[in-house]
Design a binder for this molecule. Structure first.
Ligand code: CTP
Length: 398
């Protein structure tokens, strides 16, 4: 049920808007409190009166009410919602969401929203497959929005294919699952680390690796969806994850990664360490830029502290500790070795030889291994879905 759940719906100008009457009715019937914003074009496809009657709330379209002169606060709407559902979402609205264009009340509410945002695209087959639209959908996913993929079937144009907005029943099921998941880790605190670390050589150079941090950030975001209080220790990275349930600590070096994680770990119920921490650092950091006077340069490297080993030594009864193993050869053997030597509750293996896994990719293919020999290999899938598999495994342990 959706009792006391506050769902803000944004309806944009697509023929699929007619389905919003059924969806609104189903959400209200499930106990949700529903408020609706429409773009002006959406009102050509379904009347505000239909939706206000079904939602039992006025439908908003403009930034201000033209008769009373009253301002419709997009900030208040964005903060009110537990979930902001944008359905149907046209290519136009998705493009604006991806590129920071804010020319109506719906978009202003989107840019002010702090809640989970769920987008259900609807458009014709060729639009849905256009590289610009594909890129914009990818972009809004990277911003942390959730996309319920369009479904296949007959389209308003007469063409048949992918592009129909997901059926109202599927959207309701998605929301029910979301609110159900949100209870699974409520009151649990989870530490996650992600990204590479940079080990300074001099003020302008460092030793690093190709990690994008995407896998660890996906884990942190999905943990928030499951209701956990998340503490994300993030190495140098272009991503800026943000969520009401997440605190982000930016660090640069392996040493800072270890110090920050060790400080946080005693208060945590679990930790998933996904960072690709540099194993070596220069034994000396030059405080001035090294000049290329000589023909060769030798750097003496010393081992960095191992965060996972540090946390393993600190671990108290009841805490769950998981690590990753990124391997290029003897994958299973090496991962099992790390699982035992670092005394983990489970390890997630991904191999660089797998075309769907590795640095910078949006997909991953993993095997989860437990100390008792239990092993499960998953298909290649988007990193957010991989994160769900890892978190379901963690929930089993907790
Ligand atoms: N790890 C860590 N601190 C380090 C090195 C690794 O916490 N200094 C963690 C990683 O976050 C990961 C796990 O240890 O969860 C395994 O990392 P990986 O790079 O696969 O292995 P290493 O332990 O570094 O060993 P090797 O490089 O020899 O494979």
């Amino acid at each position: 049920m959706l009792h006391n759940k506050k769902i803000l719906i944004g309806v944009t100008g697509s023929i699929a808007a007619y389905k919003m009457a059924i969806l609104t009715r189903q959400l209200v019937k499930n106990g949700a409190e529903v408020r609706i914003i429409m773009t002006p074009d959406a009102s050509f496809f379904i009347t505000p009166l239909t939706l206000s009657t079904l939602s039992k709330n006025p439908v908003l379209m403009d930034n201000f009410d033209r008769t009373s002169g009253q301002w419709n606060s997009h900030v208040e709407l964005g903060l009110w919602a537990d979930v902001f559902l944008i359905a149907p979402a046209t290519a136009n609205t998705i493009g604006k969401m991806a590129n920071g264009i804010c020319d109506n009340l719906l978009l202003a509410a989107y840019f002010s929203a702090r809640s989970k945002v769920v987008v259900a695209p609807a458009m014709d087959i060729d639009m849905y497959q256009h590289p610009a639209v594909v890129k914009n959908i990818q972009k809004i996913k990277e911003f942390g929005n959730h996309v319920i993929p369009a479904e296949e079937g007959e389209l308003a144009s007469g063409l048949v294919g992918e592009g129909r907005m997901a059926e109202p029943e599927h959207i309701v099921n998605y929301l029910l699952a979301h609110f159900n998941n949100a209870k699974k880790l409520a009151s649990k605190k989870v530490l996650v680390n992600a990204g590479p670390t940079y080990e300074m050589i001099d003020p302008v150079r460092y030793i690093g690796n190709f990690s994008s941090g995407k896998m660890g950030v996906a884990i942190a975001e999905v943990l928030c969806d499951f209701g956990a209080e998340v503490h994300l220790v993030l190495g140098p990275n272009t991503m800026k994850p943000s969520n009401n349930n997440m605190q982000v600590y930016e660090v640069m070096s392996a040493l800072k990664m270890q110090e920050t994680c060790s400080e946080l770990f005693p208060k945590m119920d679990a930790a998933i360490l996904a960072a690709a921490v540099a194993d070596f650092q220069p034994d000396y950091i030059s405080d001035i830029k090294i000049k290329k006077q000589q023909d060769s340069l030798s750097l003496n490297l010393v081992k960095t502290p191992d965060t996972l080993e540090t946390l393993s030594a600190m671990k108290k009864k009841g805490q769950i500790l998981a690590g990753f193993a990124l391997e290029t050869n003897n994958e299973l053997e090496n991962a099992k070795q790390k699982l035992i030597s670092k005394k983990l509750d489970f390890i997630v293996l991904n191999s660089l030889t797998d075309i769907d896994a590795g640095f910078g990719k949006d997909t991953n293919k993993i095997t989860i291994i437990d100390p008792d020999g239990f092993m499960q290999t998953f298909d290649a899938k988007p990193k957010k879905e991989v994160a769900v598999d890892i978190i379901e495994h963690l929930i089993g342990k907790l």
